[in-house]
Each structure stands twice: as C-alpha cells, then as structure tokens.
Design a protein around this ligand. Structure first.
Ligand code: C2E
Ligand code: MG
Ligand code: MG
Ligand code: MG
Length: 289
C-alpha cells in the first residue's frame, strides 16, 4: 500500500491541474495587457437614504475584455491580489475615482456625492499607501470628505495597529472609512471602538435573508443598533426589495445600496439616473469622459 502510494505521488502530471495552471497564466498575461490597453472601467452604484436622496456611490471595477465582454471583478481581482497586479490596478481605480469626484464637485447637484472605493489588503499594506492617497487628493484638489475607503474586517485584523495608524493619518486629512461586508469576519467587536470608522456596511448575505429568517433579522437589527449607539453611519448592501427597504427604515438603517434603486452603472448612465430622480436637477457637466 505504502509502496503504491509512493509510486502514485510520482504521477504528478494531472491534465486538469495543467489546464488550470495554463488558464491562470493566460489570464495573468491578459491582465498585464489590460492595464496597458486601458480596458478597465469604473461603474458606480448609488447609495440612497429613505427619502430617496442620493448620498453617494460605490465605485466598482469591471474589465472590458475584447473577446469575453464585461468581466466582473470576482473573476479577476483574486488573481491580481495573488500576483501583485492589484497595486497598479488599485492605483488606476483610485486615480479614476478622484478624477470623477473632481468632475462631480463642479456641479451643485453632485458636489457632495461621496464616492466609496474598495481597497484590497495588499494595497493597504503597501508602505506607500497613505502617501499615494494624499498625493492624489492634493493633485486632483478634491474635498477629502468626498472620498470614502472601504476596508474589510480581515484586512484590519491582519495588523490592527497598522490599520489604526494608517486610518488616522488619512482621517486627519478628512478621508472617510467604511467597514465593508460587516458581520462576516468573525472578528472581535473590541476593535470597533479603536478604529476611526465613519460607516458600517452590513453584508448582503444578512440583507438577503432577513425578511425570511429571524436570526438574520436579529443580526441586522443588532448591527444597526450598535452603529447608531456608536454614532457611526450604517448602510445595507444588496437591498433588492421594498420589503427589505421598509424593514431597514423601521430599524433606523441610514442608507441603502442595491438593485432596488440601481445596478452599478457607467458614469453617463449613473448621471442619467440621477437626473430622473426628481430630487436632482443636474446641469450639463463639462469635461466628462
Ligand atoms: P463589494 O465591495 O462587497 O461590492 C458589492 C457587490 O454587490 C458588487 O458586486 C455589487 O455589484 C453587488 N450588488 C450590489 N447590489 C446588489 C443587489 O441588490 N443584489 C446582489 N445580488 N448584488 C448586489 P461586484 O461589482 O461584482 O463586485 C464584487 C466585489 O469585487 C466587491 O464586493 C469588491 O470586494 C470587489 N471589487 C469591486 N471593485 C473593486 C475595486 O475597484 N478594487 C478592489 N480591490 N476590489 C473591488
Ligand atoms: Mg465594497
Ligand atoms: Mg460589500
Ligand atoms: Mg460583499
């Protein structure tokens, strides 16, 4: 038996594994090209209060692939994190979001829109992260309070002291922070009092089930109550139905984001949607992409 096992381990050639490795290498090559060829796009998904006012938008990356079409982030972001490509791509995301904030600041109807940008762990842990963000804020001359960085619990827990220091450094400029996918990280709540957070974002898995499952409802109510008591804004992601929105309003959740209001959209479509919503009279924006 042991002899057989020993012999079997020498049969390392596995066509399935080989194919997967080749696909991965091809994807990596494609991604390097995508940066050069400017194939990434930023989509924006609105964040709305219960009166229908749009407070901001989350910037979400897509890859406009010449053959595959629009590729969603979950199909390429993990590989960019493993290969370090997330650093130049994250740089592009931040750059594009800051330029967009600048354009929106030139119009009274959009000047206070807060744009939320997702930050990967490797980006945040990079030693030049804080400098880079500050450099972009000053080069684009944007209101730092219009930039919100979305971090995850696991990113923060990698090194809580580092997270506090970097967050405080950016906070002193006025940059805002949101804790994304909140409730999924199995983390201790003690760090909540230590981190300079402006917003908790309740993970969509709880929102999805809260109207059918009492336990999810209790988790959602507890997170909202905790945020309210800590004086932190709270937003629900993945809001798809009016029933969910009503439950969130009754339980005093400040903001909602989800397909009920809008899908993530390219800038032009996002602005059209804003114009349609009667609370906004958007004048013609100049110098748009
Ligand atoms: P996330 O930050 O938690 O973003 C929320 C995801 O939920 C987005 O998926 C969004 O399109 C989707 N969503 C929004 N409303 C609804 C809804 O009502 N129902 C459902 N079922 N889904 C909804 P998306 O755009 O595919 O992004 C997936 C993840 O990829 C993001 O999760 C984020 O972790 C990552 N990501 C996206 N853009 C970036 C980026 O620029 N940089 C980095 N580092 N990560 C990004
Ligand atoms: Mg996010
Ligand atoms: Mg999220
Ligand atoms: Mg999520």
């Amino acid at each position: 038996q042991a002899k057989n096992a020993g012999r079997n381990t020498q049969r390392f050639y596995d066509p399935t594994m080989q194919a997967a490795l080749e696909a991965r290498a091809a994807l990596e090559t494609d991604l390097r090209l995508a940066i050069k060829k400017n194939q990434f796009r930023l989509y924006y998904q609105m964040q709305v209060d219960h009166s229908g006012n749009v407070h901001g938008a989350e910037a979400l990356i897509r890859w406009q692939h010449p053959q595959k079409g629009l590729v969603p982030p979950l199909q390429f972001i993990p590989l960019t994190e493993e290969t370090g490509l997330i650093i130049p791509i994250g740089h592009w995301v931040m750059e594009t979001a800051c330029a967009q904030i600048k354009r929106w600041e030139s119009d009274p109807a959009t000047r206070d829109l807060q744009v939320a940008v997702n930050v990967s762990a490797c980006q945040f842990h990079d030693s030049s992260f804080v400098e880079r963000v500050i450099e972009m804020l000053s080069r684009h001359k944007i209101k730092p309070g219009n930039l919100k960085l979305e971090l995850t619990e696991s990113l923060v827990l990698d090194n809580v002291e580092e997270a506090i220091m970097k967050m405080q450094a950016l906070k002193s400029y006025g940059v805002l922070f949101s804790m994304d996918d909140f409730g999924t990280g199995f983390s201790s709540l003690s760090y909540l009092t230590k981190l300079p957070l402006d917003q908790l974002k309740i993970d969509q898995s709880f929102i999805r089930n809260m109207c059918m499952n009492n336990r999810d409802a209790v988790v959602v109510q507890t997170i909202i109550g905790m945020a309210n008591n800590l004086g932190i804004e709270v937003i629900a992601e993945g809001v798809e139905s009016e029933t969910q929105r009503e439950f969130l309003e009754q339980n005093k959740c400040n903001l909602c984001q989800g397909y009920l209001f809008s899908q993530p959209l390219p800038v032009d479509a996002f602005e059209n949607k804003l114009r349609q919503m009667h609370t906004y009279q958007l004048s013609t924006l100049i110098g748009r992409e």
